[in-house]
Design a protein around this ligand. Structure first.
Ligand SMILES: NC(=O)c1ccc[n+]([C@@H]2O[C@H](COP(=O)([O-])OP(=O)(O)OC[C@H]3O[C@@H](n4cnc5c(N)ncnc54)[C@H](O)[C@@H]3O)[C@@H](O)[C@H]2O)c1
Length: 284
């Protein structure tokens, strides 16, 4: 992939959680191409290590580590290793996040049939552990890495945290109440943190990706077998003025702008939609 524009993050240390995922691996590549030394953290340590090896093969400084964004001890161990091998963190991208089937209703709106049919998950069947999983992964999975890595930013100029929110934070999407509310919490926390750390010179912003076809949402958007768009995918495309899904590399320009102090040094506390116009369109 080509860089969207030239920006220098030379010598900066960027930490990306969920780095082996579809969107964050692209974001990590863009940080590396801009000159950052990149630490790739993922629950899937083998995938993070493989990605780091590919980046080093392309001439970048990269370190892949297994780390759990929900476990402070695991994050601290990674932070210590990163500080020793690359230096203290300047840029944190909180990418780990996602949904869970047990926090998802079968239908968009309520009807009495759902109460009779055991194959359908109504609002009343949502499993507390599914809902809690989604809240923990998205909210605590943002707060805990921020606690560990923002500490390394104190007293150093030009540091930034970039969280990953979502379209559903502005207005909830049907079927995914837990994921929508958890991402709303991420947006809210982005503003809170931006305010809290402004005196320390740490900027905190978020990307709100629209719809990108990834592992996480594949089953919701593509019919198994036929490979056709599901009715939900067609609905999304009809509501997206640009009429298509986003591609992962299209998030990179906004990330690089937010990561670069000379480019966005007076920008903090914003949640930027990258969504082909989805959030602007009223549907009429
Ligand atoms: N795909 C989309 O259309 C879309 C839209 C809006 C927002 N997002 C958000 O963007 C981010 C990346 O999404 P994606 O589609 O690339 O996801 P993905 O499922 O492809 O990747 C997620 C990665 O996070 C890792 N991970 C999961 N739990 C973890 C944990 N506890 N600690 C560390 N790593 C963990 C997984 O191993 C995986 O590599 C997420 O926060 C997601 O909610 C995605």
């Amino acid at each position: 992939m080509k860089q969207p524009f030239d920006v220098s993050l030379d010598g900066r240390v960027a930490v990306v959680t969920g780095a082996a995922g579809v969107l964050c691996s692209e974001l990590a590549w863009s940080l590396a191409r801009a000159g950052a030394k990149v630490a790739l953290l993922d629950l899937n340590g083998a995938a993070a290590a493989e990605l780091a090896q590919a980046m080093r093969g392309a001439g970048h400084a990269a370190l892949g580590l297994e780390a759990n964004a929900l476990d402070r001890a695991s994050l601290q161990a990674a932070a210590d290793e990163i500080a020793a091998r690359l230096g203290p963190c300047d840029i944190l991208v909180n990418g780990a996040g996602g949904n869970h089937p047990k926090g998802t209703t079968s239908r968009e709106t309520f009807d009495a049939e759902q109460l009779q049919d055991p194959a359908l998950t109504s609002f009343f069947d949502l499993e507390p552990e599914g809902v809690e999983f989604v809240f923990r992964l998205n909210f605590m999975g943002t707060l805990l890495p921020a606690q560990v890595f923002a500490r390394q930013m104190l007293g150093r100029a030009g540091c930034a945290v970039i969280n990953i929110s979502s379209m559903n934070a502005f207005r909830p999407l049907t079927k995914i109440p837990a994921y929508s509310a958890a991402k709303a919490a991420v947006s809210n926390f982005t503003q809170w943190m931006a305010t809290h750390f402004a005196p320390a010179g740490i900027r905190v912003n978020a990307l709100a990706p629209g719809f990108f076809l990834t592992n996480q949402n594949h089953a919701l958007l593509v019919e198994e077998g036929s490979g056709e768009w599901t009715p939900r995918a067609r609905k999304i495309l009809n509501q997206t003025p640009m009429g298509r899904f986003g591609e992962a590399h299209e998030l990179a320009g906004t990330l690089l702008w937010l990561a670069s102090e000379p480019a966005s040094g007076f920008v903090t506390g914003v949640v930027i939609p990258v969504d082909g116009g989805f959030s602007a369109y009223s549907g009429v």
